[in-house]
Design a protein. Structure first.
Length: 304
């Protein structure tokens, strides 16, 4: 079947079977084109909670599908490819953080949304890359244990010197592999380009940026900017998406190695099989875990 034929069958099946398809913006264009909602992980979860569809397919990674289930317990939530995980979300577990909390009992535990539902159960508040600064600044505590991404935590800590941050050794392997030499090389190749970077990159890379923000923030900045050239310091699919949406501008990857293999494991046929009821994995959370994990998300919403 041609790509367009597969897409048309997906569109037919999702309507016939009352399915809502969510696609993270790191997915390929052919998947984004059949999705009902595209964007960052938490925004997708919120969108799913507002639709009437009883079945939701997440084209992303496991923690994203879990977040959808946390906010929409009555919906059937399917992870389109069961092998799509997130190394950062999986590098810390509940038992380890419970031990760390015993060592730092007066610290508020702030969890990046890129964490498992189980880990969220022992955290005080959840944050996204776009809301982390605002939420951390509003916390009553001046001592913060930020997990799991030390790079995002470091970026927030530099902007809130009045607070004391404890960072652990965690982060996104894809973003963390970039260094200052990659930036210098890209800027030499494209001297007129603005450098837009995700705060999951290491501090030496973030310090060289013209703009720092979430994936959605990077895309919005590039679309609205009067500049015509941009070096993109996040997953390379964003370069493709921006090129398609802004053909009058030029976008360059920080490195050809900025690829998330977990995101790329999902295929259009995976989505088709999910719509047929033949593929994917249904996400199930026991109610105790779901409610405990939801508390830190509710706190995030409360703080804006």
């Amino acid at each position: 079947m041609a790509i367009r034929d597969i897409q048309e069958e997906i569109l037919r099946l999702k309507k016939e079977n009352d399915i809502c398809i969510l696609a993270h913006c790191y997915q390929t264009p052919e998947i984004l084109e059949v999705a009902d909602f595209t964007g960052d992980s938490f925004g997708l979860s919120v969108s799913a909670s507002k639709v009437r569809n009883k079945t939701v397919i997440m084209c992303g990674v496991r923690f994203m599908a879990e977040t959808v289930k946390i906010l929409s317990p009555d919906k059937k939530v399917i992870l389109s490819n069961p092998s799509a995980g997130c190394p950062m979300a999986e590098m810390m577990d509940k038992e380890v953080i419970e031990q760390v909390k015993e060592q730092y009992p007066d610290y508020t535990v702030v969890a990046y949304v890129n964490t498992t539902s189980e880990l969220k159960t022992v955290c005080d508040v959840c944050v996204t890359s776009s809301s982390a600064l605002k939420i951390c600044s509003q916390l009553e505590s001046d001592k913060i244990l930020f997990i799991p991404d030390k790079n995002l935590g470091s970026w927030i800590a530099k902007q809130l010197p009045e607070k004391e941050f404890k960072l652990l050794s965690g982060g996104c392997p894809t973003h963390a592999k970039m260094n200052a030499s990659d930036v210098i090389k890209a800027k030499q190749a494209h001297p007129n380009a603005l450098f837009l970077v995700h705060p999951e990159c290491v501090p030496e890379v973030v310090e060289l940026a013209d703009y720092v923000g979430s994936t959605t923030g990077i895309m919005d900045f590039a679309k609205k900017s009067d500049a015509k050239e941009f070096i993109i310091g996040t997953e390379n699919s964003i370069v493709t998406h921006l090129q398609n949406e802004c053909p009058d501008k030029f976008f360059y990857p920080l490195s050809k190695d900025l690829l998330c293999h977990n995101m790329k494991v999902t295929t259009l046929v995976d989505v088709l099989n999910c719509c047929k009821g033949l593929g994917g994995e249904e996400i199930e959370l026991d109610e105790e875990t779901r409610l405990a994990a939801k508390r830190c998300i509710d706190k995030m919403i409360e703080l804006g």
